[in-house]
Design a protein around this ligand. Structure first.
Ligand code: F6P
Length: 556
């Protein structure tokens, strides 16, 4: 496909948007009753509802044409086939191979990667069993009852988000209760200290998770945890072997750190950090859920992979999701998207998607290095409902910006206060309805008049009390929050991200944008040392460093 076809196809979206400008969501819902079927899909246990998007049949058709002009089907084919789609690092992005069943094949450079994937899963299984059966014990002979994952970014957010989401599915640990799970990511010593205050060194397993095993936050926290453990074991360095395991692609660095390669679970450079929850990075999840639960999570993702790989754009949930984002961004002026899970179990989903989407799509040049036209990745933010309703929804309903919302709800609760669940979900539905339809000034006036307000009061308050509506949202509903459905949901988002990257011709799998700050932090750290002399910086940075040098507590 050539670039002018792509550009023409995206320009055609503007014509569609102009055509629809005078029609509100109210009008669209009335004019196209068929949208409640056309714009709803049920895929791998995930119910998707785009009926409240400002799109009609003609706009969808133009969007599908844009997907074809960008050769989205070809791009998906290359992803699944293990081509080096991560061009700046010369790597494939084969996270889909991590969830393939044992009997499948997936070749990378002529070699089937599935046996290696399952060999690691089998090693994880043996380790999980040893922990659960109490065969793997701490330095004093006690069984493990607590897991502390030390990692950041993709080596933290996936396990953190899923462990919260699937806590109801935790299986019994050696003492009968599920293992307690903790996550430490930030270099802020507060994060690790808080966790160390809560855990028992004799029964705690630290999982040091880092693809590169060079990440400052992770290695610093891991060293501090190791020192704490050794001190608790009366200086016996041998204690480390029983309490530390590593998940990484960097065997030598793991060994150098002092973790036995027997206790290292590997993965590969073709697994991006933010796409790695399916790999050994999921070890904390396997420890929490049991290996059966973790494999169910993988199989849900695989079911979604099969759908995305095989469905034509028109019936492909990931393609449709991406096209909705493209539409909102290119034609509706959306700069961000609010992710609004109406379920405490999905508390960390907005943060997880922030990394997945913003690290993947926050790019300004195309695969060939030339600048993109228009915008790429949107800002992703959000919080669980109903807390968000009492914080930022005012702006969603009456602010000057149109912020597309993504509501996520689960029909079956995980708690035993079932009477509250319909209230929660009623809020989800009501918010979507309110955003779409709003309330016109005429309606407000009629209501206020009927309630006995004077005409002067009505005049003064009606503008404040009316809602423009016409604000788009997508509903994503699950019947239950189980490992399969959560796996499918996350895989769907991953594929949506890749489809958007194909539409924009950007690399979804590198993250050069995080490097500069990391490098400069190394220099600034040296400059903060009161014993040294700060190196040259711009005047603003120099002034900040000077201010801090006089005041820094601790090891600065
Ligand atoms: O933030 C940059 C990043 O490279 C992420 O992409 C990655 O998930 C994270 O750091 C952690 O990296 P690692 O797993 O190598 O410690």
């Amino acid at each position: 496909m050539n670039r002018s076809d792509r550009i023409a196809a995206r320009e055609a979206l503007q014509d569609q948007a102009r055509r629809l400008q005078q029609e509100s969501l109210r009008d669209l819902l009335e004019r196209e009753p068929e949208r409640v079927e056309r714009d709803v899909a049920e895929v791998a246990g995930v119910h998707l509802d785009w009926t409240r998007q400002r799109l009609d049949a003609g706009a969808w058709e133009t969007l599908f044409a844009a997907a074809r002009a960008a050769d989205v089907p070809g791009a998906l084919g290359r992803l699944f086939a293990g081509e080096r789609v991560n061009v700046t690092e010369g790597r494939a992005a084969l996270h889909t191979a991590l969830r393939l069943p044992r009997e499948a094949r997936c070749e990378l450079d002529g070699e089937d990667v599935v046996p290696a994937v399952h060999a690691v899963l089998d090693r994880m299984e043996a380790f999980v069993r040893a922990v659960h059966e109490g065969a793997h014990r701490g330095f004093s002979g006690k069984a493990i009852d607590t897991v502390v994952n030390i990692g950041i970014g993709g080596s933290d957010l996936g396990p953190r988000m899923v462990s919260r989401a699937l806590a109801d599915h935790a299986c019994p640990g050696p003492a009968g209760d599920p293992l307690a799970m903790h996550f430490v990511s930030n270099i802020d010593g507060e994060a690790l200290s808080r966790v160390l205050r809560q855990v028992d060194p004799e029964t705690t397993l630290f999982v040091v998770a880092s693809k590169t095993f060079t990440t400052q936050e992770t290695l610093t926290n891991a060293r501090a945890a190791r020192d704490w453990l050794v001190a608790c074991a009366d200086g016996d360095g041998a204690a480390v072997a029983a309490h530390f395991v590593a998940v990484s692609t960097a065997r030598e660095r793991v060994t150098e750190f002092g973790i036995d390669p027997e206790h290292m679970f590997g993965f590969w450079d073709w697994v991006g950090g933010r796409y790695s929850v399916w790999s050994a990075i999921g070890l904390p999840l396997a420890l929490m859920l049991g290996m059966d639960g973790f494999r169910r999570f993988l199989s849900g993702a695989h079911a979604m992979d099969e759908h995305v790989r095989n469905a034509a754009p028109e019936g492909n949930a990931a393609v449709r999701m991406a096209l909705v984002d493209l539409w909102n961004q290119d034609t509706q002026g959306a700069e961000s998207r609010a992710v609004l899970p109406y379920d405490e179990r999905l508390f960390f989903l907005p943060s997880y998607l922030q990394q997945a989407e913003m690290e993947s799509l926050g790019k300004r040049v195309r695969l060939d290095g030339t600048p993109v036209e228009g915008h790429t990745g949107a800002l992703v933010w959000g919080a669980v409902g109903t807390d968000g309703q009492h914080a930022f929804y005012q702006l969603l309903h009456q602010g000057t910006r149109r912020v597309p919302a993504e509501f996520i709800g689960v029909a079956r609760p995980g708690h035993d206060l079932p009477a509250q669940h319909p209230m929660l979900l009623a809020n989800l539905v009501a918010q979507a309805e309110a955003l779409a339809l709003g309330r016109t000034e005429e309606e407000v006036r009629a209501e206020m008049t009927a309630a006995g307000h004077t005409p002067a009061e009505v005049d003064a308050l009606a503008p404040h009390r009316s809602f423009p509506g016409d604000r788009p949202s997508t509903l994503i509903l699950l019947e239950d929050l189980d490992p399969e459905r959560l796996g499918a949901l996350i895989a769907l988002f991953e594929h949506k991200i890749y489809v958007l990257a194909s539409l924009w011709e950007v690399n979804a799998f590198d993250q050069w944008g995080v490097e500069l700050g990391k490098q400069l932090a190394g220099r600034v750290l040296a400059d903060l040392d009161p014993a040294g002399r700060p190196g040259p910086h711009d005047p603003a940075t120099t002034a900040t460093i000077e201010w801090l040098r006089g005041r820094l507590g601790g090891g600065g």
